[in-house]
Design a protein around this ligand. Structure first.
Ligand SMILES: NC(=O)c1ccc[n+]([C@@H]2O[C@H](COP(=O)([O-])OP(=O)(O)OC[C@H]3O[C@@H](n4cnc5c(N)ncnc54)[C@H](OP(=O)(O)O)[C@@H]3O)[C@@H](O)[C@H]2O)c1
Length: 285
């Protein structure tokens, strides 16, 4: 029997893992939301870790990229210090930590897919706090998987796909940036991969990149959402400079997934196929 603790269980990815867990009655999952486990509270963490676990899947994070710029302390306390405490306890109790990180650890200056060995240089507080979390794990323990992912969306939580569909109801015209390139990732695909990783008991520990396949702009992403949903709307491509945000974002953050495909046999779906499936799961065919 494999015992798994899932933190941040009510967020987007946590909810997808909850859904995937139904397919694995052989694994005993303990899902704790932020109200049951605050990863910045050492006492709370110690109490939870007094029970035995084989894996901890950390879905807890401060994910508000723009707000992080003015809430640096909070972002670091969750994404850096909270993760550090979690890593210490996982190491002490011999628990394998599966942690999720982000493409925002990169500055976007590269023009081909980022590999795990590429130089990091986050442009904002969120990316920096996530990078510090990764580094704490790498420093404190060996039995970990860090999965960097990008542009997550799903039927759960807030995300770009849901925002586009909401805006289409409210407006006649939408402007979306067409000079930031990356790969969307259906959070349900990532959740499946994580649960498979647990069930395989793989010991190919380390840092990995995981996203759906494809290289597109946010404009391309929005276009495809509306095309698949049969929504006719005036969609205008704009430059990042015309849509100023508090946090700077990488212009290019496509992740090379070769390592996770080879070492963990992860299946990587094409972004369009996953988007179509997600929209069907969200709204029916
Ligand atoms: N979303 C993306 O596009 C994206 C892209 C790349 C990487 N990622 C990474 O993927 C992971 C999952 O993201 P997501 O989209 O599922 O984010 P999410 O929906 O914002 O979920 C994060 C969860 O963490 C919880 N949380 C916040 N502070 C906490 C604390 N101190 N202790 C315990 N739980 C806490 C939140 O609970 P409350 O809501 O109650 O605060 C929320 O349920 C994160 O590590 C994120 O950095 C996300």
């Amino acid at each position: 029997m494999i015992r798994v603790l899932v933190t941040g269980a009510n967020g987007q990815l946590g909810s997808c893992i909850k859904q995937q867990s139904l397919e694995h009655p052989d694994i005993v999952f303990h899902f704790l939301g932020s109200n049951e486990l605050n990863i910045t509270d050492p006492e709370n963490l110690r109490t939870v870790f007094s029970k035995p676990f084989d894996y901890c899947i950390n879905c807890a994070a401060y994910t508000q990229v723009d707000n992080a710029e003015s809430n640096s302390r909070l972002a670091h306390s969750i994404n850096e210090n909270g993760v550090k405490e979690l890593a210490k306890l996982c190491h002490k109790h011999n628990v394998v930590l599966i942690h999720i990180s982000t493409d925002f650890v990169f500055d976007g200056k590269k023009r081909s897919a980022y590999t795990e060995t590429d130089h990091t240089n986050p442009l904002g507080v969120y990316g920096l706090s996530k990078l510090k979390g990764e580094q704490a794990i790498e420093r404190l323990m060996t039995q970990y998987f860090i999965l960097r992912t990008s542009w997550l969306y799903s039927e759960h939580g807030n995300n770009f796909v849901k925002t586009m569909l909401r805006l289409a109801k409210e407006r006649d015209s939408i402007s979306v940036v067409n000079d930031q390139f990356g790969s969307p990732t259906y959070a349900m695909d990532l959740a499946k991969t994580i649960v498979k990783l647990v069930s395989s008991k793989s010991d190919a520990y380390g840092l990995y990149h995981y996203s759906n396949h494809g290289q597109i702009s946010w404009f391309d992403f929005a276009s495809k959402v509306f095309e698949f949903k049969g929504i006719s709307i005036s969609l205008k491509p704009i430059k990042t400079a015309d849509f100023p945000t508090l946090a700077k974002r990488p212009k290019f953050s496509v992740l090379d997934t070769t390592k996770i495909q080879e070492n963990i046999k992860a299946e990587i779906n094409d972004w369009e196929e996953s988007l179509q499936l997600a929209l069907t799961n969200m709204y029916g065919s």
